[in-house]
Design a binder for this molecule. Structure first.
Ligand SMILES: C[S@@+](CC[C@H](N)C(=O)[O-])C[C@H]1O[C@@H](n2cnc3c(N)ncnc32)[C@H](O)[C@@H]1O
Length: 200
């Protein structure tokens, strides 16, 4: 079966089962970024069923991806999908809560796409695993257009989630070590890069 067909199958499966995967223009944007910046190794927080990891690995034959997922059923599905696409030699799947997973590896790009309430924790924990001029990419910054919108009619849980995302945006904007740019693509993407110096 050809790659495109298998990828469409994963999209259909995610849609039918209600599994959140990256929006089409978001994943295209991320893959283009990986290509343009010659990214070779990626750490992803939040694999779901392997859709974004597969797409990133397919950008170039010498890209490797390490991806962490805490949900066992999704992890098992991701293992199958990665095998079907014959990418198991280049994608390493880890079944773990990312906040309990430690590595000394360094990456060109860290992609955060897991529990939105924990974004600051993921950023702080894994920024030491970034190569000196590497990037941290975060998805769902706009959360369906809800960040920076009126919260009065939202449920308590949603309000708390949106407040955490807004705090994350402030955290990125005020971060002295990283410079962040925000892109209105997919569900909103932030790209943070370590500054060379205070003005960089
Ligand atoms: C939005 S989905 C990831 C989608 C995937 N990146 C894609 O586009 O194909 C988020 C995933 O992160 C996982 N997750 C949430 N918090 C996590 C954590 N602390 N550690 C590992 N995985 C986590 C969830 O189980 C969920 O499957």
């Amino acid at each position: 079966m050809d790659q495109d067909f298998l990828i469409r199958k994963i999209e259909k499966y995610a849609d039918e089962k209600g599994i959140p995967i990256m929006e089409k223009d978001g994943i295209n944007f991320l893959c283009e970024f990986i290509k343009l910046n010659k990214i070779k190794n990626v750490l992803e927080i939040g694999s779901a069923i392997g859709y974004s990891a597969i797409n990133m690995a397919l950008v170039d034959q010498d890209i490797t991806v390490t991806t962490i997922e805490r949900d066992k059923d999704r992890y098992i599905e991701a293992v199958k999908n990665i095998k079907r696409l014959k990418l198991d030699s280049r994608i390493t799947l880890i079944l773990a809560d990312a906040l309990n997973f430690n590595t000394s590896e360094e990456y060109d790009l860290i992609f955060i796409d897991a529990a939105k309430s924990q974004y600051i924790k993921f950023f702080n924990k894994f920024s030491s695993n970034l190569k000196p001029r590497g990037y941290i990419v975060t998805d769902n910054i706009n959360f369906h257009g809800l960040t920076n919108s009126d919260k009065s009619k939202m449920s308590r849980n949603l309000r708390q989630l949106i407040t955490k995302l807004e705090k994350y945006i402030i955290f990125l904007n005020e971060n002295k070590e990283f410079k962040t740019r925000f892109f209105e693509v997919g569900d909103g993407v932030a790209i943070s890069r370590k500054r060379k110096n205070k003005n960089g």
